[in-house]
Design a protein around this ligand. Structure first.
Ligand code: HPA
Length: 277
């Protein structure tokens, strides 16, 4: 088998295992939990858990704050597939593990992918531990996960991303935030490759380019998902001001700590949004 065939086989096998574990539950929504946002996993009712290690082609995780589990069950009564943990492009240039996760949940019946991440804010009104609904993105990774041979069985060679972050889903998530008095900013997410955080000059560039928050994830996930026809929504949990915008030091420990502070609002937002999506 060549790598394209091996990947397709991994997707098929992982989707079959997820479908079997679902035991008749039919989730339309898959949720990827970002750094420090794993607490949502504990809110899943009657959870069935699969370790990524049991699913062929799923990533083997190394970063603190990322558990590496698929959790199947209901959130606020709605069937969901939760993906707790993912591989970032600062760990690898290999997009296959991420592709396998996303294409497997699509093959298992998901129609919507709800992404989340920890991010640095570029705008003073978007404060630490508040949430930002992603309206659009700038891919500054220097990589696109869809580079390489295209398997038409998953999606087309060229993918329009004019509507990458679904307007209808955004309206519903905003309605959920309003109902529950959750502060929800809106803005453009710019993905840097990391693993170093940005310099103050890079942050000034990102501001000039029209970004509102910066992070190291979610853009590849969005592109893979749009390619295979999933609709995408995403929320950033602001863990710090971008480099040079405040006196606070930026670190991964700090990211996890401040994500935990925003996690309560994030969990309430996702739980109240899922019945509307
Ligand atoms: N930059 C990049 N990624 C991040 C940041 C940041 O400031 N905060 C959390 N993830």
């Amino acid at each position: 088998m060549n790598e394209v065939q091996l990947h397709a086989e991994n997707v098929r096998q992982s989707a079959a295992k997820i479908t079997a574990a679902l035991g008749g539950l039919k989730p339309k929504i898959a949720i990827i939990l970002g750094s420090g946002l794993g607490g949502l996993a504990a809110k899943i009712e009657n959870p069935v858990t699969l370790a990524y290690g049991e699913l062929p082609g799923f990533p083997v995780l190394t970063v603190a704050g990322h558990a590496g589990q698929v959790i199947l069950g209901r959130l606020n009564g709605v069937p969901v597939i939760v993906l707790n943990g993912r591989k970032h492009f600062y760990e690898t240039s290999d997009a296959y593990p991420l592709k396998t996760m996303i294409r497997a949940v699509q093959a298992a019946g998901a129609e919507v992918l709800f992404l989340s991440n920890a991010a640095g804010s570029l705008r003073a009104p978007i404060k630490v531990s508040e949430l930002m609904l992603i309206t659009d993105h700038i891919n500054f990774l220097g990589l696109n996960p869809l580079v390489g041979p295209n398997d038409e069985a998953f999606g087309p060679r060229f993918v329009p991303v004019t509507d990458a972050w679904d307007a209808d889903l955004r309206a519903k998530i905003k309605a959920a935030a309003k109902q529950h008095n959750i502060i929800l900013h809106e803005g453009v997410y710019m993905a840097f490759r990391g693993p170093s955080f940005e310099t103050p000059a890079e942050i000034r560039m990102a501001q000039l380019w029209g970004a509102d928050a910066v992070g190291m994830s979610s853009v590849p996930d969005c592109l893979i998902a749009r390619h295979c026809g999933l609709r995408v929504a995403g929320v950033s949990c602001i863990t710090n001001m971008g480099a040079g915008l405040s006196d606070e030091k930026i670190s991964h420990a700090h990211t996890l700590e401040n994500a935990a502070r925003g996690a309560g609002a994030f969990e309430r937002l996702v739980a109240t949004a899922v019945p509307l999506l």
